[in-house]
Write a protein that binds this ligand. Structure first.
Ligand SMILES: Nc1ncnc2c1ncn2[C@@H]1O[C@H](COP(=O)(O)OP(=O)(O)OP(=O)(O)O)[C@@H](O)[C@H]1O
Length: 932
């Protein structure tokens, strides 16, 4: 009966309640839905599975009934995030309403013993129970509604009776079961304060409010990185898009779709400052304060627990629970509250897994251990490197799989302006002039490419407010990064001006050295927060730097770079951290650069001080160092490059994409080309187009392969790439091989003209003579797949290609002939011929036929010709002297004929010297229809 859950400790007695108390209404709904409903459904499942062997899991049972095993993917698709529990469970007692409903539905779909059963009525009763559970558990208005309990008791009785009918049970058995159910319902009406459902009730009643009190005040506002600028977090939140990373495919969706994942665990990755923490903090806020216009995507969660991996002072999950539900834990005991949470639909948010330390790792592990097999879900954020290095190994013992999402950078100008608009308005109390946006718009496109991550846009705001003259000095992307340090310099100087007599520049240098050394030390240990004691030690060192001038409190100076975090619970002390982890990395990088420039005799790995396998933790620092040396001391960069290169390799910068990602964010780090020189550089994203010229200054690839949709390339500095790639082999694929369409790409082709690149492959559409001439001017032994947007003379391509495939729609009836080059013979595809239009097709082929009229292949794509249209078409082509053979075989052997090539879904025309006397073989109308 109720209270069957293992109960830890004894909860203190609770005050008496009256029947119409809110609490008892909630209690009944909770016990009804969390205990009674599953038990009635479990009994239905037992009836359905009377043939199940005791040691068989439900998956095995279903496979036996189905006669074949499920692949893991099939099983996952079938059962969603209940797949794991249903795969392992052998009896129903551990199953809640959601997996029970799903399992029964799928069992009905499979059928049983070959008999035909109509399960619709039973399914309707089961669904009614499941929907009541969701109504009650996902909406507090329903949880307190006494009527819902009455509805539930009726629905359960109906379910028992319908199951009796469906399984043809003796009426006496059904009546006995209903009597038993009624007895259970009567018991539920009396609240038992020693029972787990009572604790669930207390949590439902006041838990959300307690968590709201804890987080709302802390998260509502955000202090920006620079000065005392503060904004309302929800007002400036820019709804981020995320890339669903599944099976290597890419799908861009809104962040609100994360919870539609099939797995219990969802991992959001993003580079430094991509907005991971901001995203989850906004999710926490939206749980309490829904945003207008945002779908209620959190409806299925009753509680939220938020945990930051940088935390070093919370040793156990129960302590995290205590922070969230301080009063309830005092009243019920923290272990009991945790136990109750496992019965509810809780969202655990784990932020910054890449910052996990020994202490917080224990909490994270406990979250997985204790929420296994429950309705709880877990959302984790991390920088990408920690997924493979740490997260996968942590999850492995629990056999947990997860859905992975990647935060998309803000690449489009419109998005960046929209982002800035919110900040500008927030910072000016709604009276913004649009100055900040205008100043951003005014930047050159390649400088703007430095602002694809939110953190950089926020820095732009700060710069615009406090050091606008820097912005006007930016000429190249590399000018942006040093500005940030200059801004800090100015902010510290402002704090000290008038108080300190000595040379402020020297003093700030000393301060930077101190803060930077501390930053390196902390990053080395993967520590982002300083305890009160560590902060005091830093202050003391700072005091020495300030030469004991007691008018200056070192904390004031440190407050420019560090922020204080108030403790979550009353009996602990504050912690301190850099205003953002990327600031910590900047100061650490600056410190290392100073040591190198200052002539350090130590080797790099002793300056960095982390073991090889932990090097990826210092990736951002290494990038900072490379970029800063390349700007300020190229000689030192050359000297230190072998060591830096080794460290970057250890930090997992090994592939072309890694290098491009790094240089896209850090344009002065072009030397990274040395890590991937000699191999082919694949360019699939607009931001990587800008990177290629930077890399080409330092390394040479075997080939640059640009494969992206024309729209994406149009928004990128493609002309600059072409100009920089003189002498380099280039592939340009503006569409996939089987993608048809006639939007011309001449604007993208024209920059190629006489550019000196070696065009070795082109897939795209050309509509002007200038476009064709541009290709002819650079193609060398190329593979050319050209769509003709208009009738064009391509004869100039002769001698430039190894393979030429031209695709065209039927040409206008009267027009000049436009012979393709003869050697090697081209391939021609005529697309979209209408029913009966064989004459137009013949005319198109003959007018494009090269001198000698040989094609290596002729095919009809998307053709609506009938079978009867094909013989006259073939006959007309023979009469015109056209030959078309196999790929690589132009001798034209065999009979003239038309066949369907199902692989490419085209009709192939073979035109040889021979025409069978009974006429050519052609596909039937049925085959032609199936092709369309
Ligand atoms: N979606 C957003 N809307 C508005 N501002 C944002 C958004 N995302 C990030 N920001 C701003 O950018 C700053 C950096 O973002 P955030 O700390 O969330 O990045 P992160 O990915 O967690 O970085 P790291 O990996 O370095 O910890 C935030 O402090 C906030 O000011």
């Amino acid at each position: 009966m109720a209270g069957t859950g293992a109960i830890a400790g004894t909860a203190p007695a609770v005050p008496a309640v009256t029947m119409d108390d809110k609490i008892i209404r909630i209690y009944r709904n909770i016990v009804g839905n969390l205990d009674l409903s599953p038990r009635v459904m479990q009994s239905t499942l037992d009836k359905e599975c009377d043939d199940k062997r005791s040691n068989e899991t439900y998956r095995q049972l279903m496979e036996r009934r189905r006669g074949s095993a499920y692949s893991n993917r099939e099983w996952k698709n079938l059962m969603g995030f209940s797949s794991k529990i249903l795969e392992d469970s052998k009896n129903p007692t551990t199953l809640d309403v959601t997996p029970l409903f799903l399992l029964l539905t799928k069992l009905f779909d499979l059928g049983k013993g070959g008999t035909v059963r109509d399960s619709a009525a039973l399914l309707a009763k089961l669904r009614a129970v499941k929907e009541l559970r969701n109504d009650v558990m996902h909406d507090l208005h329903n949880t307190v509604d006494a009527q819902k309990f009455t509805d539930l008791t009726a629905a359960l009785e109906e379910l028992v009776r319908e199951a009796g009918r469906f399984y043809a049970l003796p009426q006496t058995d059904v009546d006995a079961e209903v009597r038993n159910l009624k007895k259970e319902i009567e018991k539920v009406k009396r609240m038992d304060s020693q029972n787990i459902y009572y604790w669930c009730t207390k949590l439902t009643l006041s838990g959300k409010q307690a968590v709201r009190l804890l987080w709302e005040a802390r998260l509502k506002h955000e202090k920006l990185l620079l000065k005392e600028d503060t904004v309302q977090r929800q007002a400036v939140f820019h709804a981020l898009d995320i890339n669903v990373r599944e099976d290597g495919g890419e799908k861009i969706v809104s962040y609100t779709k994360i919870f539609e994942a099939q797995n219990k665990v969802m991992v959001v990755t993003g580079v430094a400052g991509a907005g991971k923490t901001t995203l989850v903090k906004n999710i926490v806020l939206q749980f309490f304060i829904p945003q207008p216009g945002v779908t209620d995507y959190l409806r299925s969660f009753t509680q939220i627990i938020f945990f930051e991996c940088r935390d070093r002072s919370t040793p156990n999950l129960s302590d995290v629970i205590q922070q969230h539900y301080e009063d309830l834990c005092t009243e019920l005991g923290k272990e009991n509250v945790l136990m109750a949470l496992r019965r509810l639909d809780v969202l655990f948010i784990i932020d910054g897994f890449d910052e996990v330390n020994k202490v917080s790792k224990k909490v994270v592990t406990e979250i997985f251990e204790k929420t296994w097999g429950t309705n709880c879900r877990v959302l984790i954020t991390t920088r990408p490197h920690a997924v493979k290095e740490k997260l996968e190994s942590l999850l492995k013992p629990y056999d947990v799989s997860f859905n992975r999402y990647e935060i998309m950078p803000l690449k489009k100008l419109a998005e960046q302006l929209e982002f800035l608009r919110r900040y500008e308005e927030s910072l000016s109390d709604g009276t913004s002039t649009g100055d900040m946006m205008r100043s951003f718009e005014f930047l050159t496109e390649d400088v703007r490419s430095q602002f694809c991550e939110p953190i950089n846009l926020v820095h732009f705001c700060g710069m615009h407010r406090h050091l606008p003259e820097e912005i006007s000095s930016w000429r190249t992307p590399g000018d942006v990064a040093p500005s940030k340090l200059r801004l800090y310099r100015k902010l510290i100087q402002n704090k000290l001006a008038g108080v300190i007599e000595k040379d402020l520049d020297v003093l700030v240098d000393d301060m930077f050295a101190l803060v930077g050394a501390e930053a390196v030390k902390l990053l080395r240990d993967n520590v982002v927060t300083l305890s009160e004691a560590e902060f005091c030690a830093m202050k003391r060192k700072c005091q020495v730097e300030l030469k004991g001038d007691d008018e200056v409190d070192p904390a004031v100076v440190l407050s420019v770079v560090l922020k204080e975090n108030k403790p979550l619970s009353l009996n602990s002390s504050s912690s301190y951290e850099f205003k953002h982890k990327s600031e910590q990395e900047m100061f650490a990088g600056h410190n290392i650069v100073q040591r190198i420039i200052g002539g350090s005799a130590d080797p790099l790995n002793s300056i960095l001080g982390v073991p090889t396998e932990e090097m990826s933790r210092l990736l951002e620092v290494l990038l900072y160092v490379v970029a800063a040396l390349s700007r300020d001391s190229p000689r030192q960069l050359t000297d230190w490059w072998p060591q830096l290169k080794e460290a970057l390799r250890e930090a997992q910068v090994t592939g072309v994409r890694d290098v491009m990602d790094c240089v896209a964010r850090c344009p002065d780090a072009g030397i990274l080309a040395d890590l991937v020189g000699g191999v082919s550089w694949n360019v699939k994203e607009g931001r990587h187009v800008a990177v290629v010229p930077l890399l080409l200054r330092h390394g040479r690839p075997s080939r640059v392969e640009v494969r992206m949709k024309a729209e994406a390339l149009r928004g990128a500095p493609w002309g600059a790439l072409v100009a920089a790639a003189r002498g380099v082999e280039v592939e340009l694929r503006l569409r996939s091989y089987d993608d048809y369409g006639y939007e011309p790409h001449d604007d993208l082709v024209k920059p190629l003209r006489n550019s000196g690149v070696k065009l070795v492959r082109f897939i795209g559409c050309v509509g002007t003579d200038a476009g064709a001439a541009a290709i002819a001017s650079v193609a060398q032994d190329a593979v050319l797949y050209i769509h003709l947007a208009a009738p064009l003379d391509l004869s100039a391509l002769g001698g430039t290609y190894e393979l030429l495939r031209v695709c065209t729609r039927p040409l206008p009836h009267i027009g000049p002939s436009l012979p393709l080059p003869p050697s090697p013979p081209p391939w021609l595809v005529v697309e979209g011929a209408d029913e009966g239009s064989w004459g137009a097709v013949a005319q198109t082929i003959t007018s494009l036929a090269p001198p000698g009229k040989r094609f290596v292949g002729l095919s009809l794509q998307g053709c609506r010709l009938n079978a009867a249209d094909l013989p006259p078409l073939l006959q007309a082509l023979i009469e015109e002297g056209v030959w078309a053979g196999y790929e690589g075989d132009t001798r034209g052997e065999g009979d003239t004929r038309a066949v369907v090539d199902w692989r490419y879904r085209v009709v192939r025309l073979f035109i040889t010297g021979r025409m069978p006397s009974e006429g050519p073989k052609v596909p039937s109308d049925d085959e032609l229809r199936r092709l369309r």
